[in-house]
Write a protein that binds this ligand. Structure first.
Ligand code: ADE
Length: 244
């Protein structure tokens, strides 16, 4: 008997490169979540909303300058095509309303707190920009601008994949052992502890003795110490955040 899994989240990706998403989101845990029905992802080609005979969706910037700007019309048509209605008040609660995200280096930086918050939504709509950016007026139809870090990529597609992967891991059933999500780096504001598997001795490197002791209390204590040590050494800024 096949028991259908509960759909936890629908994600619509608005892009001019839909085929970029084929590999990364159809393999591994995300691929399994898609096949089991926990997650649904669709891509929408922004070019299909072009009014131009050459399917152009960009134009020269007003005021001059280098590069091209994505036109507001096709972007808004793409957003509304996936069911986003600005003034629709019929949603049961905040998290059931489609939440529109624009991937942009000018956005709020993605972190675990944001990932956890985004994983509560039932429907995410992710807009991927290109060229020099999008016509700023589209921001009136966007709920949140998100950056994946202080560097600029050629488009919003790879950042969208990063966001989707991190959010999907939080959905129940995507990562089989929920405990492993809770042990992740950053989940509790700390870096993860080191992991080892067989063989116990590899060349001149052996696994810490405590992990072979079978003493679960000691193992837990060692892991917490390692986690704290790594965080202190590598990311003291995180310790400050935990204490604040
Ligand atoms: N598009 C280009 N660079 C980006 C970044 N760093 N984060 C999100 N979207 C982007």
């Amino acid at each position: 008997m096949c028991i259908a899994a509960m759909l936890y989240m629908k994600i619509d990706i608005l892009t001019i490169f839909p085929s970029m998403f084929n590999g990364p989101l159809t393999e591994s845990l995300i691929g399994r979540a898609l096949r089991s029905g926990i997650l649904e992802i669709e891509t929408v080609d922004i070019r299909s909303f072009s009014k131009d005979k050459h399917l152009k969706v960009d134009d020269k910037p007003f005021g001059g300058g280098p590069g091209m700007v994505m036109k507001v019309g096709p972007l808004l048509d793409a957003i509304t095509s996936v069911g986003v209605r600005r003034k629709n008040k019929s949603y049961k609660n905040f998290h059931s309303k489609p939440y529109v995200i624009y991937m942009s280096p000018q956005g709020k930086k993605l972190d675990t707190a944001m990932v956890k918050e985004l994983s509560k939504f039932k429907h995410l709509v992710i807009l991927c920009g290109h060229y020099e950016g999008v016509d700023e007026r589209i921001i009136n139809y966007v709920d949140c601008e998100v950056s994946i870090g202080d560097y600029v990529l050629t488009g919003g597609e790879i950042p969208a994949m990063v966001l989707i992967d991190s959010v999907a891991r939080m959905l129940p059933g995507v990562v089989k052992k929920e405990k492993s999500v809770k042990n992740d780096s950053f989940y509790n504001g700390m870096l993860d502890y080191p992991h080892y598997t067989r063989p116990a001795i590899f060349k001149r490197y052996s696994v810490p003795n405590v992990l072979l002791s079978g003493n679960h209390k000691e193992i837990q204590k060692w892991r917490e110490e390692q986690s704290a040590k790594r965080t202190r050494e590598r990311r003291p800024d995180l310790i400050k955040d935990v204490l604040e």
